[in-house]
Design a protein. Structure first.
Length: 229
């Protein structure tokens, strides 16, 4: 890693402030003043004004989101999901994808921006599985319609193929490849039904831990992190 990038990631300094610290001779590498930002850093000791710097390892968590919490910044009516975490843990974390305020289930949190981008990238088509409760019994032919793509109101193109598994006449599992605004609710509205409850069970190969109560969290395993490659 370049020294200037290391300074930014280890301290939160902007690139311009890191460059100024280097030019002022405030940075040492193995106790020697270093002024070149392109110096390669591996196992060396880096100090800024005498303070030893280190990189915090990226953090990856799954949260079992309850109803009533939002995945963005807090608004006047609803708290942010980050309030479910200890403050020292929540600092710097972002939601890798979102869930509506009334949707429960799997939510992933991280401070690794590249990992989050890979997870959310439309090009990667990371599938997501939801347990859906419907207001009316599922109409015949709905699975075939979803498999062929459904044109949502206001959208120029149909959705990508989705897989529907029937549990009961009013409860199904739906697996989609996209994350359009209110997509699951809009898909069922397009076939004349209405979603009354929505719960995300899986993202890619990461499955919501069945031992995790609503409102609780745990760190992802290395295998779960690596699955978002």
């Amino acid at each position: 890693m370049r020294l200037d990038r290391f300074l930014c990631e280890a301290t939160g300094l902007t690139r311009s402030l890191a460059k100024k610290a280097l030019s002022r001779g405030e940075v040492t590498v193995n106790d020697e003043v270093a002024k070149k930002g392109d110096t390669k850093i591996g196992e060396q000791r880096v100090h800024l004004n005498g303070r030893l710097l280190s990189l915090q390892l990226p953090r990856y968590l799954m949260l079992h989101k309850p109803q009533g919490y939002i995945s963005a910044s807090q608004d006047e009516l609803h708290p942010c999901v980050l309030h479910l975490l200890p403050p020292e843990l929540a600092s710097g974390l972002q939601c890798a994808g979102r869930l509506d305020v009334d949707t429960t289930g799997l939510l992933l949190l991280t401070d690794d921006g590249q990992w989050s981008h890979r997870l959310r990238s439309p090009k990667r088509a990371c599938h997501k599985t939801y347990r859906v409760t419907l207001a009316e019994p599922l109409a015949a032919g709905t699975a075939a319609r979803f498999a062929g793509g459904v044109l949502l109101h206001g959208e120029p193109k149909a959705t990508l193929p989705a897989t529907l598994e029937v549990i009961t006449p009013t409860q199904v599992l739906l697996t989609i490849q996209e994350g359009k605004y209110h997509q699951v609710k809009r898909m069922f509205a397009a076939v004349g039904n209405r979603v009354t409850a929505l719960h995300r069970q899986q993202i890619g190969d990461i499955v919501l831990d069945h031992n995790l109560p609503e409102g609780e969290w745990r760190h992802l395993t290395p295998e779960e992190v690596a699955s978002i490659g």
